[in-house]
Every structure is written in structure tokens, then in C-alpha cells.
Ligand binder design. Structure first.
Ligand code: FES
Length: 310
């Protein structure tokens, strides 16, 4: 449990929370790209990127966008959580780490700015050249836009859609730059557009973190398969239409989950045998090819049998 030490509105529809240990203890270290999970009432678990100062060992800072069409997690954070309240916290976990590079191009869409803030601070600390392209619906809704512009001047390009239209990805990404890594976080259409614009860039030049699951092809197989749980000694059958996570839970084995859409990385599970049919939006291609882990909330099996370290 962590305590809400501060809550402030940082843009239209966005509140930032500072979380501390109730006894003032240090919090686990983290690196840019890390998220934590908030455990909210009725079993709601929501993941939020840490966007504060990673060298402050006593405070986690997150920013939460109110999602009117969401399932209630962001509304609870906005309307019910108050300074002094305590909330369950999972993590920290990092599925979006900042790899070394000569230069960085950061691309944010809306609240997707949050994981990029610590990356920008890290790039500054290392003296690495970077630029930020930050798009949003309207300037007033773009969290941290003012402080980014004020702090970093011309390296920050703020593009409110109501004034300037969509991000001009063709001119930013049209020519591949072998010395630059592109880090992008935002809604699915932005990630798809950036991925398309980076098609000719070197492999792994683009790293993304998505909030919603990518569109998926049909599963590799439409017949049941068996999942053996090595540590608990159970064997479960996963029928079409049932997720591995559901089948494992029905067998009484608990696996921590959050998004259940293959986007947050919470349910990461080691694979001991077999080939998963990866259907998440977290792993990079080379990580998928290793077949040594999977996200059972969405991923399935290519073979008749998978063996998991559960
Ligand atoms: Fe989020 Fe599985 S619960 S990836």
C-alpha cells in the first residue's frame, strides 16, 4: 500500500498523483519506461507510467487521464482518491526500456507523454541529442506541454490538433536515420501511423508502448490445447474462446493481471516448453521468437501442448 501524498490537475482531464510509503520508506528503484499498477476497488487494476524523478527514491509520480468511456478506473482516481488515502500498488515493471542510442526522437500522443518524460530527463543527463514531437487534441489537454516547452525550447515540438492538425510524420520519419531510436507512446492509430512511417528504418529503431491492443489476426489454431503448469503439477485444457489466463485460474492457480488485453505486461509468464501463439502488444519480434515467455491473458499455443512455469 502506498499513500497519496499529493494530487493536482496538470491539464484538462489529467491529474497527477504523488505516491509515498506510509512510513516514509524508500521505494523500489525504477528506470525510464517503467509502470506501476494501482489496485482499485472491485478488483480494478490499472497501470500507469512513472513520470516523475527516478532519482527521488521516496516518491512515485503518475498522471491519469480521465477516460469517459473507460471501465471506471480513471474516474475513481479522479473523483474518489484524495491525499492521505492509501492504495494498493503493484510493480514497478518496465516493458518499455530506453536502449542506448546516439540520438532519440520521442513521439507522444496525449497522455502517452508520461513514459517519455523520464526518458527525456535521462537523455539530458547523458548529454544525448533528442527531440520531442508531442501531439494532442488541444493545448489545454496536453499534460506537461508548458513545462517541456519552457525547459527545453526548440527541441520540443508541441502540435495541438485543433490548431495545427495531425503530426507531420512524413517529414519527421520519411528519411531513416541510422543513428536515431524512435520512442513512441500514444493511442493505437498514432502507433500504427508511426510504425508505417518507420517501415524502412533499421530493425528495432522504433520502440512503442500502446494503451490499447493492436488489431490481431485469427489465432494460429482453433482447436483446444493443453497447458501443463510445472510448479503446481496441474494440467488444464484451453478451449477456443477461453483464454489461457481464465483456464489457469479455473484450475485454482492465481496469476496477477491488469489490462487483460496484452498491453500492460503484468501477466508475463515464463514458457518452459512449446511455442506460444503471441497475441500481445508488448514483446518485440526477437523476444517473440525466443518462445521463453508469454502473456496468458491473450496469447495462446501453436502446438498441442505448452508448459508454463506456474
Ligand atoms: Fe496486461 Fe496480460 S494482463 S498483458
Amino acid at each position: 500500500m502506498l499513500e497519496i501524498a499529493g494530487k493536482e490537475e496538470v491539464a484538462e482531464g489529467v491529474v497527477a498523483l504523488n505516491l509515498v510509503h506510509p512510513a516514509g520508506a524508500r521505494l523500489p528503484d525504477w528506470t525510464p519506461g517503467t509502470h506501476i499498477e494501482l489496485v482499485l476497488p472491485q478488483g480494478m487494476i490499472r497501470h500507469y507510467s512513472l513520470c516523475g524523478n527516478r532519482w527521488d527514491a521516496y516518491t512515485y509520480r503518475i498522471a491519469v487521464l480521465r477516460e469517459p468511456r473507460g471501465r471506471g478506473g480513471s474516474a475513481f482516481v479522479h473523483d474518489a482518491l484524495r491525499p492521505g488515502d492509501r492504495v494498493g500498488v503493484g510493480g514497478p515493471r518496465n516493458h518499455f526500456p530506453l536502449a542506448p542510442s546516439e540520438k532519440y526522437l520521442f513521439i507522444a500522443g496525449g497522455i502517452g507523454i508520461t513514459p517519455l518524460l523520464p526518458m527525456i530527463h535521462q537523455a539530458e543527463l547523458l548529454g544525448t541529442e533528442w527531440q520531442l514531437l508531442y501531439g494532442g487534441r488541444a493545448r489545454a489537454s496536453m499534460a506537461f506541454a508548458g513545462e517541456l516547452s519552457a525547459g527545453y525550447g526548440e527541441r520540443v515540438h508541441i502540435v495541438p490538433q485543433d490548431d495545427c492538425g495531425l503530426l507531420d510524420l512524413a517529414s519527421w520519419l520519411g528519411t531513416p536515420r541510422p543513428d536515431t531510436k524512435v520512442y513512441c507512446c500514444g493511442p493505437a492509430p498514432l502507433l500504427a501511423a508511426v510504425a508505417a512511417a518507420c517501415a524502412d528504418w533499421p530493425p528495432y529503431a522504433l520502440r512503442t508502448e500502446r494503451f490499447a491492443a493492436a488489431g490481431q489476426a485469427a489465432p494460429v489454431r482453433d482447436t483446444p490445447f493443453e497447458v501443463a503448469l510445472r510448479r503446481t503439477g496441474r494440467v488444464v485444457t484451453v478451449a477456443p474462446g477461453t483464454s489461457v489466463l481464465e483456464a489457469v485460474r479455473r484450475a485454482g492457480v492465481e496469476v496477477l493481471s491488469s489490462c487483460e488485453q496484452g498491453t500492460c505486461g503484468t501477466c508475463l509468464t515464463p514458457v518452459l516448453e512449446g511455442r506460444p501463439d503471441h497475441r500481445d502488444s508488448v514483446l518485440a519480434d526477437h523476444q517473440r521468437a525466443a518462445n521463453d515467455c508469454m502473456f496468458p491473458c491473450v496469447s495462446r499455443s501453436c502446438d498441442d501442448r505448452l508448459v508454463l512455469d506456474l
